[in-house]
Design a protein around this ligand. Structure first.
Ligand code: MTE
Ligand code: MO
Length: 322
């Protein structure tokens, strides 16, 4: 075996410059993966800390017009956002994802872009993200279970991603898939849903400026339980549309099947818009409990984003197409 000894001139600036000076976004994403592994080792060696180690800070995040001031609400605590989760791949209880996803490997990660698109291919996560601005988007998220949160996501515009890949005229819908890996995702050994988790959007919904692919929250890399390394966020729809740990995006002419619709078609339709006037068959959707608050508050149409998205559904009967 040949051992290569680097001459001083071969050493990259990143290896000799203090971390804080060279960390660019690309570099950060790699650091995030390493730090993630460190966290796992740490929990084996030492008793679990009261507060889980937080992800590394994301560099180069820009503020967007969807910020705390324009939303006029309080952020939900980091602890609630990261310990009260739905991610059935790691179990169906709210604390299962944070307890069971610590060892989930999110690097290397690639995303397949398929179907009616000019630049299909399998892209490394870093390359997938790199062309786009990392923005902070403070959004309300409402689960179909009638609780809600306010989350400071960090993400890239889904419209920009789609334009980058160049959808063709046949791209009427975008289908998304989560990783299928029962060895890493213990919940996939149980048939609670038909795995892999699937979701979809109509192309004009996907192109709406509100839709993002999120890679972090609270300015830090996405915690595994929240859908690392990349997940969809569509704040005007119920939380279950916001598919986590995405490995595939497919552009197609037909409406794609979705996991929750396959599981219970009467309860979960393709559109899944937050609509207080359409009850879930087993409970009312008129109100919601903001995590951390005691009294329920009324749920707003499209979860308060009507101005930005109502035009997408003009002429549709949202009681039938729920
Ligand atoms: N792959 C996958 N994505 C998923 C889910 C899931 O079980 N698996 N749950 C959904 C549901 S029901 C909700 S409410 C949100 C919760 O996101 P959060 O845990 O980041 O709050 O993720 C959605 N995305
Ligand atoms: Mo949900």
């Amino acid at each position: 075996m040949l051992i290569k000894i680097a001459k001083p001139s071969d050493v990259k600036p990143s290896e000799i410059t203090p971390k804080s000076l060279y960390l660019d976004r690309r570099r950060f994403l790699k650091t995030a993966a390493v730090a993630g592994a460190g966290v796992v080792l740490g929990t084996i060696a030492a008793p679990a800390p009261a507060h889980a180690a937080r992800g590394p800070k994301l560099e180069g995040v820009v503020k967007s017009k969807w910020n705390l001031e324009t939303l006029g609400e309080k952020l939900t605590d980091y602890d609630a956002i990261t310990k009260y989760n739905n991610f059935y791949e790691f179990g169906t209880d709210k604390d299962d994802p944070s307890r069971n996803s610590g060892a989930f490997k999110t690097r290397p990660w690639s995303i397949a872009v398929e179907g009616a698109v000019e630049k299909p291919g399998t892209y490394d996560l870093e390359d997938f993200i790199k062309p786009h601005a990392l923005e902070e988007r403070v959004y309300r998220l409402r689960c179909v279970e009638a609780w809600s949160m306010v989350v400071p996501w960090v993400g890239i515009s889904l419209a920009n991603v789609i334009k980058h890949f160049g959808p063709t005229g046949n791209a009427k819908y975008v289908a998304f898939e989560t990783l299928l890996d029962p060895k890493q995702m213990p919940g996939q050994n149980r048939r609670v849903l038909k795995w892999p988790y699937k979701e979809g959007l109509r192309i004009d919904e996907a192109m709406n400026p509100l839709a993002i692919l999120a890679v972090g929250l609270y300015g830090e890399a996405m915690p595994n339980q929240n859908g690392a390394p990349i997940r969809l966020v569509t704040p005007w729809k119920y939380g279950f549309k916001s598919i986590k740990s995405i490995v595939k995006m497919r552009f197609q002419a037909d409406e794609p099947p979705t996991s929750w619709n396959e599981a219970a078609a009467r309860e979960y339709g393709f559109y899944s818009n937050v609509n207080p006037t359409v009850d879930h068959p087993r409970w009312s959707q008129a109100k919601e409990r903001r995590i951390g608050e005691f009294l329920k508050r009324p749920t707003l149409m499209f979860h308060g984003y009507a101005e930005e998205v109502a035009h997408l559904y003009a002429g549709m009967d949202l009681r039938k197409q729920y």
